[in-house]
Design a protein around this ligand. Structure first.
Ligand SMILES: N[C@@H](CCC(=O)N[C@@H](CS)C(=O)NCC(=O)O)C(=O)O
Length: 205
C-alpha cells in the first residue's frame, strides 16, 4: 500500500487529493509544523534527506517532488483513465508536461517570496519588488491560459489541475487572487470535487 508523508499545512494535501481521485488505498503519516518557525519536524528527515513533504513510499520506492509523484501515480495507477492523459507522442502531451512542471518550476518561488516579504512586514526592498512584479505576471499567465475552460487542459480533469489548483490556493491565501475571477472560480470548482472534500476530511487539513 502507498504511504504518504503529509505535512500540515502545505502542498501535500494536493497529493492526498490525487490519491482520492485515483480511488487508491493509502496510509497517511501526518506531521505538524513547528508553530514558531513553521518548518517541518526533524522526523521527516528520516524519510527523505530534505525533510520536506510530500514524500511517498510505494514498496521500496521513496519518491519526493509533488510533480514527479503526480506523474508516477497517474502513469502507474490510473489504469482506467479517470484522469485525462494525452498520448506521449502528441503536442497535447508536450503542453501537458509543460504545465505539470510549471507550478514548482516557475510559479511557486514568486509566491513564496511574497509570503516571506508579507511575513517580514511587507518588505518594500528588492525581494518585495521582485514579488510585486512576478506574482501578477505568473497569475495573469495562468488566468489567460485558463480562460473560461472548466479545467486547466480543457473539458476534462487532468493531472495538471492538482498543481495549478495548489498555486491558485496559495495565491488566494496571500490575498492575490482577486484580480483573476476565473482562477478564483476554478479553485472553488476544484475544491468542491468529492475527492478533494474526502482528502480534507481524511487529512484534517
Ligand atoms: N518542490 C517540492 C517542495 C517540497 C516542499 O518544500 N514542501 C514544503 C511543504 S509545502 C515543506 O516540506 N516545507 C517544510 C520545510 O521546509 O521545513 C515539491 O514539489 O514537493
Amino acid at each position: 500500500m502507498i504511504k504518504l508523508h503529509h505535512l500540515r499545512i502545505g502542498r501535500s494535501i494536493f497529493t492526498v487529493w490525487l490519491l482520492e481521485e485515483l480511488g487508491l488505498d493509502y496510509e497517511l503519516e501526518v506531521y505538524l509544523r513547528d508553530p514558531e518557525t513553521f518548518r517541518a519536524p526533524p522526523e521527516l528527515k528520516q524519510v527523505h534527506p530534505l525533510g520536506k513533504s510530500p514524500v511517498i513510499e510505494d514498496g521500496d520506492l521513496v519518491l519526493s517532488e509533488s510533480g514527479a509523484i503526480n506523474s508516477y501515480m497517474i502513469e502507474k495507477y490510473d489504469t482506467d483513465h479517470k484522469l485525462a492523459s494525452p498520448r506521449s507522442d502528441s503536442k497535447a502531451w508536450a503542453k501537458y508536461t509543460q504545465w505539470l512542471h510549471y507550478p514548482e518550476g516557475s510559479a511557486f518561488a514568486p509566491l513564496l517570496i511574497k509570503m516571506l516579504s508579507l511575513r517580514a512586514g511587507g518588505d518594500t526592498g528588492l525581494l518585495g519588488a521582485f514579488a510585486d512584479g512576478e506574482v501578477p505576471l505568473q497569475l495573469g499567465y495562468i488566468s489567460d491560459e485558463l480562460g473560461d475552460k472548466p479545467f486547466f487542459m480543457g473539458d476534462t480533469f487532468s493531472g495538471v489541475d492538482f498543481g495549478i489548483a495548489y498555486i491558485a490556493s496559495m495565491a488566494q491565501r496571500l490575498g492575490q487572487l482577486e484580480p483573476y475571477p476565473n482562477l478564483d472560480a476554478y479553485l472553488s470548482r476544484m475544491m468542491a470535487r468529492p475527492a478533494y472534500r474526502a482528502a480534507i476530511e481524511r487529512a484534517v487539513e
